[in-house]
Ligand binder design. Structure first.
Ligand SMILES: Nc1nc2c(c(=O)[nH]1)N[C@H]1C(S)=C(S)[C@@H](COP(=O)(O)O)O[C@H]1N2
Ligand SMILES: [Mo]
Length: 376
């Protein structure tokens, strides 16, 4: 049973790890790996999978720990130096799994009750976790292979005083008599049911249509000004006055430096595009945005098509006041400086007067309250 739960957990951890790496390269782009602006919904899908597979790990980890905990508490803790090493690797595995699950869940709840920076720590412990998983798989390979070959008897009851023959073999032949209690197959079915229910009750924060049953998710994709969620508000970013200032103008700094008022911007060719905001904190929502093509402005300012550009917010501080765009992102025809959301002027919390919206990009890089675009 442990091997079967472990197999499902291994798949969930693998998907969660790979999608986590993808999220990391988006948020910390490397010069040698410019991110493509396609597939347009790419980040929405990988980040949704990251959060969903992470949440599925919770029931799987709990059941897996439950199925082996007598082994974890056995005395003496180590019989030989090698055995001590193996147990140490399990201690690292269990603590890194718990760390990732707890920090991940608090992150999607937007609660950061710790002194460290979530992003870098969650990323670093991700490597510790995957390393200890691989080590664990290598050590346990013979046991796992053997266990998965064995049939799981329908009527084998879980005995809470499980008799442990050796490190790994739970005696399956005892306690076939009673019909009260939970069978192993029953526990596996229950675990699968819990994982499915957890997914259905949370994934609505990112899968269109399931929003109304996202009872366990901290976000609903249709709640907020203009029926669209908000992460940082204008008040929280202290930009309420600056964003509404009469002398607001967008500067595009290039060989020709442009200074464009809202009226100027409205006089230029307008475009509309449906794109999602896919937040690293797990929710996503899609809408039609209206505004100017960034490439039109870059061209007017005489900026070289090979240039990496930076969008700068009028927000004074904060981690997310600027974001960079690779040349492919900056010149993509669907990359807009948006003034409208669903045909209405942007609400101030969504970035009035101007925000960036670009395909295959984490929400955290869809910078709001812009007042400057420049070459990096
Ligand atoms: N200037 C600025 N832009 C920002 C942020 C910010 O804190 N400051 N937060 C980002 C994050 S984390 C997300 S998910 C999106 C959310 O956009 P929305 O509030 O319009 O949904 O805005 C992004 N743009
Ligand atoms: Mo976000």
């Amino acid at each position: 049973m442990t091997a079967r739960v472990g197999r499902a957990l291994g798949i969930a951890v693998a998907v969660c790890f790979v999608t986590g790496l993808i999220s990391h390269v988006h948020q910390h782009p490397a010069d040698w790996f410019p991110l493509p602006p396609y597939p347009e919904q790419g980040y929405r899908v990988t980040q949704g999978l990251h959060v969903a597979t992470g949440l599925i790990c919770i029931p799987l980890v709990l059941v897996k720990l439950f199925s082996v905990y007598p082994l974890l508490l056995r005395w003496p803790p180590a019989r030989s130096p090698l055995h001590a090493l193996e147990r140490l690797s399990i201690a690292v595995l269990v603590s890194s799994v718990l760390f990732q699950l707890i920090t991940g869940v608090l992150n999607i709840a937007q609660w950061y009750p710790w002194p460290f920076f979530f992003t870098t720590t969650h990323y670093a412990i991700g490597w510790v976790l995957i390393g200890s998983v691989l080590l664990h798989l290598a050590i346990k390979a013979p046991v796992i292979v053997g266990a998965l070959r064995e049939r799981l008897d329908d009527d084998t009851e879980l005995d809470d005083d499980a008799h442990l023959d050796d490190d790994t073999h739970l005696d399956t032949d005892r306690d076939r008599d009673g019909d009260e209690g939970l069978s192993r197959r029953g526990l596996l079915t229950g675990t699968a049911g819990a994982a499915t229910a957890l997914t259905l009750l949370t994934v609505g924060e990112t899968v269109p249509g399931l929003g109304p049953i996202a009872l366990l998710s901290p976000r609903r994709p249709d709640i907020g000004p203009q029926n669209f969620p908000v992460t940082k508000t204008a008040a929280g970013a202290r930009v309420r006055e600056a964003a509404r200032a009469a002398d607001w103008a967008l500067t595009v700094a290039g060989p020709t430096t442009l200074s464009l008022t809202l009226d100027d911007l409205q006089g230029l060719t307008q475009h509309e595009i449906e794109l999602p905001i896919a937040c690293v904190e797990g929710w996503s929502a899609s809408a039609v945005w209206g505004g100017l093509r960034l490439s039109d402005l870059l061209e007017r300012a005489g900026i070289d098509p090979g240039a990496t550009v930076r969008a700068v917010s009028l927000e004074k501080g904060g981690l997310y006041r600027t974001s960079t765009l690779s040349p492919a992102q900056a010149w993509h025809p669907h990359t807009l400086l948006a003034m409208r959301l669903r045909g209405e002027s942007l609400a101030i919390d969504h970035g009035y007067p101007l925000r960036l919206i670009s395909p295959n990009r984490p929400g955290v890089l869809q910078t709001k309250w812009l007042d400057r675009v420049e070459v990096v």
